[in-house]
Write a new protein. Sequence first.
Length: 134
Amino acid sequence: MNERKIRVLVAKPGLDGHDRGAKVVARALRDAGMEVIYTGLRQTPEMIASAALQEDVDAVGISILSGAHNTLCPRIINLLRESGMDDCLVFVGGIIPQEDIAGLKEKGVFEVFLPGTSTEDVVKILRENVRKEV
């Protein structure tokens, strides 16, 4: 049986103009056999949620370095849930202070990947948790 590839949207919300990390993760996911949609820079939460819904993704990866993670990430998650995307995993990568991680997870972020995380770990965690049977 041919199972559908994992589909991941990689997004850069806000005014942060640095996208090297997002592109590295997108390439690693693609090389691992996943379908990847990269939104580009300076996306609003509404644009990200809309793209995720239109592309029918299994996961949304948010790359954020600007410090606005406590505002932007919950907004994106709320918009996804309002659109009925309750099973879409949201993961975040970037400069996230350790003391903010628990709060992000309480608000629906599945995983936070800090600088130095190997792309193999990101791939493994997504493979193990996307479309997990409930």
